[in-house]
Design a protein around this ligand. Sequence first.
Ligand SMILES: Cc1cc2nc3c(=O)[nH]c(=O)nc-3n(C[C@H](O)[C@H](O)[C@H](O)COP(=O)(O)OP(=O)(O)OC[C@H]3O[C@@H](n4cnc5c(N)ncnc54)[C@H](O)[C@@H]3O)c2cc1C
Length: 495
Amino acid sequence: MVCNQYDVIVVGGGIAGCFAAATAADEGIDVVQLERKPRERGGFIACGDAIKSPRDPSNYPGPIDMDAIADDESVLVDNSIDRIEYWDEELGVRKVLPYENGSNVVDRYEFGQRLLEQAADLGVDQHYDTVVNDVVQDGRVTGVEAVRDGEPVTYECDVLIDAAGAQSILQDMVDFESLDTPGSPTFEIPHYTHFGSAYREIIETEEPVAYHDAIVGKPLEELGYIWYFPRTPTQINVGLGFQMNKEPIPLNDRLRRDVEDRPEYQGAAVAEKFDGKNKLGSAIALRRPLDSMVAPGYLAVGGAAGTTHPITGKGIRGAAYSGYSAGRAAVQAIEDGDVSEHGLWEHNRWLYREHGEAAKLASWDAYNVAASSIDVNVLRALTALLPEKELREIVGTSTEVDDLKSKLLVGAGVVRNFVAEYREDTFDTLDVSKTELYEAIRTLKKTRDHVAAYERQYEAYPTDRSGFESWLSERDRIDREFYDDLGLSSDEQKY
Ligand SMILES: Cc1cc2nc3c(=O)[nH]c(=O)nc-3n(C[C@H](O)[C@H](O)[C@H](O)COP(=O)(O)OP(=O)(O)OC[C@H]3O[C@@H](n4cnc5c(N)ncnc54)[C@H](O)[C@@H]3O)c2cc1C
């Protein structure tokens, strides 16, 4: 059997994998990136393709040249998106919000290919057609076993970076309990209900769509959502997503039902659809970032670490900045000769304390929990009554207001609009009572106070491994208080 030795192995040729591998290789470390897809399919992934501000270095830190990617016309085919639209067609609701400057819808395949090319140019060895099927460990993770071009191969390393995406299979392979950790391992495998599943197709219309310069979102049953994201005026990324804690539904059938009813898609060709080879659906992480993303010899990034919440626009950039963080933490640990949990802790510290997005995502996840506890029709009625100003702040369409704390405005805004826009038929159509609406507002207002407690706690995230247990026990206490206050039974509790 062939055996390869590297300082760092990165499993995954997606965004997180490219940012991690490029960052480590740029520091002169030997890095191999393993990807199960062939070279020509590398970077292809089912995605809504909506990307936030590619030129903002805080979203995409490290040596990958995002300006070159943003300038590449094969990636940003069209550059005209300037607003978000929320539609609830059954209720006749259409809300229009400005979209963050420079954000756009990319050709995800070309984007993925450019990232892989840049990682290779920075010195990363890339092994395609390589499926990792086991992890090797001895007190710490020491490598992986894979099948490359049909042949078994062993790879050894100092640090393994798990960039295998949401529901990473590597996390089933590592025996975290047997690794050398002081006390219990800090790494905890996420539960399947923390994920959603999403599916999309690329549709070519005969005429430009009316919303060619907007990204459009609509609510669906069971807290699902559907999107129409124009890549060009006639090439639309159309998809839908559901949470895995709800009843499973056949995603492509549900999408077809929606598309077939739309006049603009009559006679349209489906440019990319499921053909048994091209996977157009995948899991998405809909949870807060993992409490700890490290184990001895092992770091998790992107979808595998829960730093990617696509519904709040962090799917792509959350993969990018966490990949960068892991690349730099791996280099530092290798140089220090300490790849234990303690040595790799910098990855957690940087994400939670220095960059800070992980702390925000984790704190604001309380709003996602609260929203899941409210009936979907009540949420639709709330949104229908919500003034656009407040809605804009909730979805965070500019960096300054990218603050879900504004969700507290839900209460104030809805009540104000109650008089101005109250329509009995909204409540009749949705079969929602005013009492249910007020109850939902109370839930969201209560959540605001808990979010403040979470924020204080995440601001105090331990800067080294030794403070983790006491920090976690206080965070768990905040969880319990929150669930009790919302009256959620143990079955309804997310974590
Ligand atoms: C349908 C859909 C729509 C989405 N829309 C958006 C959107 O509009 N905007 C947004 O920001 N985010 C969106 N997201 C989320 C976004 O795509 C993810 O957050 C992002 O792709 C995560 O990147 P990643 O590098 O962590 O994982 P991935 O992109 O999933 O990459 C993981 C890679 O690992 C490889 N791999 C896995 N297992 C192995 C193995 N055993 N051996 C070798 N290789 C392996 C895979 O082939 C893959 O290439 C969407 C997701 C889905 C599914």
